[in-house]
Design a protein around this ligand. Structure first.
Ligand SMILES: CC(C)[C@H](C(=O)O)[C@@H](O)C(=O)O
Ligand code: SF4
Length: 417
């Protein structure tokens, strides 16, 4: 019987013939923390009597959720994490380098890897064909020390995407549609495995956006094949040697198959206060916005900034709607400067912030006021998510965000593209 991508990767990394439902002990190819989960991991590491890392060059700490730190305790946490990296030889990516998941994709993730991170959006690297998932700080401390961890091999839901993205429709619209279809618990502890002609032609940036939000449907992982798109991307970041082809077997067994015709998709929006509370941008037209935020590990990549810049060219944001742009990494930021996107966005009235999580989870750089409404390219819109339980957050693509920032209200991007 053939294997799904999840079964194939975990079989290889556990040295067993693993199938859904099996418990395996797997090699860990990369383990990481970010600055809000790292301090507990470090304490757990030392408190458990661990003294050295299993693989320092494949252990990473990212200072990205508070970058730069806005207050004393977070700054003190950063000191602790920098010291841990010095003491153990772990990699450290300091403030301003970018969001952990974007840097993992750019610099560290390889097809076929098993990656664990103390952050729920670790699933993002599934876009590169890695079995990549979030775990608690204690589990990560053990993975730091032992270089392995255990998994229950997940059953897989296959998502087959046919047709094509019409003008104004993006990967974010597809994943919002899917989450709205199956619900926030529709894939709990399952693997989502994406395929179909639309997926085969997706850029890695598109795949990362979709994989990033697999966890918003409860998925353990969001997996894509490793193919020519993967090779091209790894070549573009100087990591061609990390490439290996990877695909599910033709006769793999799936728990469920979901067929989506991309041609029928509309610009999608998640309404407050859950990600599966979806509607089309057309249905929400006229919803007034106080803030638009373009950024995060979901929607802060170069393709997001490119789409936004194309829409903003020779236009400004609405005077009643603040515009915040946060590149997902230093590489994205520098390329966006070189290509002129940042100049267009600043001329459009954008507050451009340092690469990192920014306003995403309410730490700093755009906390909402009471009753304020924000349209965000992020992945979560729970009550209080952006620092104020009296705020309201809508989620959408960078195109919908840019079009909405111009009009000051939720808008269909196809009307301005
Ligand atoms: C703060 C961290 C624990 C959290 C996560 O793990 O997802 C954050 O990154 C988020 O996006 O909510
Ligand atoms: S950008 Fe947002 S979703 Fe991504 S890791 Fe940071 S806080 Fe989490």
């Amino acid at each position: 019987m053939g294997k799904t991508l999840a079964e194939k990767i975990l079989s290889l990394k556990s040295g067993s013939d693993a199938s859904a439902g099996d418990i395996v002990v797997s090699k860990v190819d990369l383990a990481f923390v970010q600055d809000t989960t790292g301090p507990l991991t470090v304490r757990e590491f030392w408190d458990n009597g661990f003294t050295k890392l299993a693989n320092p060059s494949r252990t990473a700490l990212f200072l990205d959720h508070a970058a730069p730190s806005p207050q004393r305790q977070l700054s003190t946490d950063h000191i602790l994490l920098r010291k841990f990296a010095r003491d153990t030889g772990a990699l450290i990516f300091d403030v301003g380098e970018g969001v952990c998941h974007q840097l993992v994709a750019e610099k560290l993730a390889r097809p076929g890897d098993v990656i664990v991170g103390a952050d729920s959006h670790t699933v993002t690297a599934g876009g590169l064909g890695a079995f990549s998932t979030g775990m608690g700080s204690s589990d990560i401390a053990v993975a730091f020390a032992l270089g392995k961890t255990w998994f229950r091999v997940p059953e897989t839901i296959k998502v087959v995407v046919s047709g094509r993205f019409k003008h104004g429709i993006y990967a974010k619209d597809l994943i919002l549609y899917l989450i709205g279809l199956i619900g926030a618990d529709g894939a709990t502890y399952k693997a989502l495995e994406f395929s179909g002609n639309v997926v085969n032609n997706m850029t890695i940036a598109e795949r990362l956006t979709i994989a990033n939000m697999a966890v918003e449907a409860g998925a353990k992982v969001g997996l894509f094949p490793s193919d020519r798109q993967t090779l091209e991307y790894l070549r573009s970041v100087g990591r061609e040697a990390d490439y290996q082809p990877l695909a599910a077997d033709e006769d793999a067994v799936y728990e469920r198959v979901i067929e989506i015709d991309a041609t029928a998709l509309e610009p999608m929006v998640a309404k407050p206060h859950t990600v599966d509370n979806t509607a089309t941008a057309r249905e929400l037209k006229g919803t007034k916005l106080d803030q638009v935020f373009i950024g995060t590990c979901t929607g802060g990549r170069l393709d997001d900034l490119a789409v936004a810049a194309a829409i903003f060219k020779n236009r400004r944001h609405h005077p009643q709607t603040r515009l915040i742009v946060t590149p997902a990494s230093q590489k994205v930021y520098l390329e966006a400067i070189r290509l002129g996107y940042i100049e267009i966005l600043v001329q459009a009235g954008a507050n451009v912030m340092p690469p990192g999580c920014g306003a995403c989870l309410g730490v700093h750089q755009g906390v909402l006021g009471d009753g304020e409404v924000c349209l965000s390219t992020a992945n979560r819109n729970f009550k209080g998510r952006m620092g104020n339980p009296e705020g309201f957050i809508y989620l959408a693509s960078a195109a919908t965000a840019a079009a909405s920032a111009i009009k000051g209200e939720i808008s269909d991007p196809r009307e301005v593209m």
